[in-house]
Design a protein around this ligand. Structure first.
Ligand code: SF4
Ligand code: SF4
Length: 384
């Protein structure tokens, strides 16, 4: 998931942006119920029919990355997926990203990082690797990931730390791990991890069918943030919220240690993403394609009015709010994915302000059992 930060560096033209995300593949070997990838939506869902298909071959994808970087001015790249390390040519592509950008972050599920891989990352100057830890408890983590992967992730963190690569923890707050943020912070401190990206579940893709069992409560989120505020400084563990926390639900001003960000779409540091076929979207959780960089230049794709219109579009309840132009209603793509509208309050806002709405929501949006657990003792075998 994305970190929602502003970047105020001067730019040469209106189409220049500081960062870009690349989705190397749609595939993933984990089965998270909270997966936000828009191509995991069911037929009939608002995110349905997202164009998928064969990814570009290695030279074409590397060429696309170079074109995007040259034309957009982006200096920070994030490599993500799906699970990016599943691509056979993942290491080739990551090395290329490190060569063409000042700073690169890899977001990975942690099942494919060996010592050798970590050492290569260090050699190429890969800045950060973000690994997901959903629980300090092995079984709870594995159950939420739908895969036996906790030990792999911990091992990956140690390999990366040994190699000198900065590790960031991605935590997703859900009802099913409501007692796990404290153990995750403790585990991070023990592993030498210095930063946590705190995401409250933001349902798009298949996740809209797991809202009833996974959507966190506001009390739970506030308790997590209170703990981060209390213990983060002593452990030297920075905590930043990646998915926006609407200030009408949580008093964000009472926190000094925890950093908060809002939606970056339409800002001067948008989280624009390019998929494995060259399709460009305004962020990972958006299923709206702005254009394709194989067909058009960056300036043409960037001129698509979608992000600016999106930024100005807020739910009625947000009109006149002091945070109307900053918070903008939280994560509106999750509002679209769940309710089919960018002006409908998104699920956290909708349920957070009145939990009794869950019954009506789940009558409209089919809810499912957890995805089946993928078995396998150890998946840590490096990129395939
Ligand atoms: S903009 Fe909307 S969601 Fe954000 S704080 Fe105001 S009312 Fe709440
Ligand atoms: S819609 Fe905004 S808040 Fe939601 S993921 Fe996209 S950039 Fe982030």
């Amino acid at each position: 998931m994305s970190v929602h930060v502003q970047d105020d560096r001067e730019r040469d033209s209106d189409s220049q942006i500081p960062r870009l995300d690349f989705e190397l593949t749609d595939a993933c070997d984990h089965r998270c119920g909270h997966c936000y990838n828009v191509w995991t939506a069911d037929e009939g869902d608002p995110n349905a029919s997202f164009p998928t298909g064969r990814p570009l071959e290695t030279p074409d994808f590397k060429g696309l990355m170079s074109k995007a970087v040259d034309q957009s001015g982006a200096w920070h790249l994030t490599i993500t997926g799906g699970e990016p390390m599943i691509r056979k040519d993942a290491m080739d592509i990551i090395e290329h990203a490190c060569a063409i950008a000042t700073s690169v972050t890899l977001i990975t599920n942690g099942s494919h990082i060996t010592q050798e891989v970590a050492e290569k990352f260090a050699k190429w100057g890969l800045g950060h690797v973000q690994l997901t830890l959903l629980a300090g408890d092995r079984d709870k983590h594995n159950a939420l990931k739908g895969a036996v992967c906790f030990d792999d992730t911990v091992r990956s963190a140690l390999f990366l730390a040994d190699a000198g690569v900065h590790v960031q923890c991605c935590y997703v707050a859900m009802k099913a791990n409501e007692d796990q943020f404290e153990p995750v912070m403790e585990l991070c401190a023990a592993l030498g991890i210095r930063s946590i990206s705190y995401n409250r579940m933001s349902p798009t893709g298949r996740a809209i069918h797991h809202i009833a069992r996974l959507m966190p409560t506001i009390d739970q989120i506030e308790a997590d943030l209170d703990f981060a505020e209390k213990r983060g400084p002593g452990w030297g563990l920075s905590v930043a919220t990646a998915m926006p926390i609407p200030p009408c639900l949580v008093d964000i001003d009472k926190y000094e240690w925890v950093r908060f960000g809002f939606c970056s779409t339409g800002s001067n540091s948008p989280n624009i993403v390019i998929d494995a076929r060259g399709n460009v979207r305004s962020c990972n959780l958006s299923s709206g394609v702005l254009g394709n960089l194989l067909d058009d230049d960056w300036e043409t794709v960037f001129a698509n009015p979608y992000p600016r219109t999106f930024k100005a579009t807020v739910p009625d309840m947000c009109r006149g709010c002091a945070y109307e132009t900053s918070c903008q209603g939280g994560c509106k793509e999750s509002g679209f994915a769940t309710f089919g509208s960018h002006t409908h309050p998104e699920p956290l806002l909708w349920l957070g302000s009145d939990p009794s709405r869950l019954e009506a929501l789940t009558a409209d949006v089919t809810q499912k059992a957890p995805p089946k657990m993928k078995r396998g003792a150890d998946t840590s075998h490096g990129p395939r």
